[in-house]
Write a protein that binds this ligand. Structure first.
Ligand SMILES: [Zn+2]
Length: 201
């Protein structure tokens, strides 16, 4: 399972910080609640596009010796299953929905000059689909403003809470993805729940 790793700093600083397995080692297992520190279990690599960065980052993984399951520490500037950082996507969505910019201009506002417009459409579609759920989920953190659409209402709430803080809250407490889980991981980001039961022998 993935848990979020609160990290403030540059991607370079992140890469250095996670080199030491002891530094952010969880002191218990979030899956079986075993009260013993997890064992370092290497890394996996994922791509990330952020402002001024387009490359591969390592994500630290730990193993619980009791339940034999792994836990990975996804840095909270990244969204699970999306290559683009929370900052890039938030800048794009705010520029498009709140400032009324075109797809191309919104991409530019997010420092993605050469971005294909389909990518922006994909984010917009996913955000629209998720907006009503976001308004409900974030109601305890920010008063829902009056706005004509759920998307605009959700964006105002995200802006006032802070995108990272909202992402942290949604993910840690509700297992909710800011842009919605892809269908095969719905509703809570875990594949296991969707596996059909084995047929009777
Ligand atoms: Zn465990």
């Amino acid at each position: 399972m993935q848990i979020l790793h609160p990290f403030v700093g540059s991607i370079q600083q992140y890469s250095e910080a996670i080199s030491d397995p002891g530094r952010y080692r969880p002191d218990h297992c979030p899956q079986c609640q075993a009260k013993q520190p997890l064992t370092g279990h290497g890394f996996y690599c994922r791509t990330l596009v952020d402002l001024g960065f387009d490359g591969v980052i390592r994500v630290r993984r730990y193993l619980c010796l009791l339940c034999k399951r792994t836990v990975s520490l996804l840095p909270e500037f990244a969204l699970p299953w999306l290559r683009f950082s929370l900052t890039v996507i938030s800048l794009f969505l705010v520029a498009h929905f709140l400032r009324g910019l075109t797809l191309a201009a919104a991409a530019l506002a997010a420092s993605q000059r050469a971005m294909p417009y389909q990518r922006g459409q994909f984010w917009i579609r996913r955000f629209r689909r998720q907006a009503e759920h976001l308004c409900a989920a974030l109601a305890g953190l920010a008063a829902p403003p009056t706005a004509t659409t759920f998307a605009i209402r959700a964006l105002h709430m995200l802006e006032s809470i802070g995108w990272i803080a909202a992402h942290r809250f949604l993910f840690a407490h509700l297992r909710m993805h800011l842009l919605g889980w892809p269908a095969f991981l719905a509703p809570d980001g875990r594949v296991a729940a969707l596996r059909p039961a084995a047929p009777p022998a």
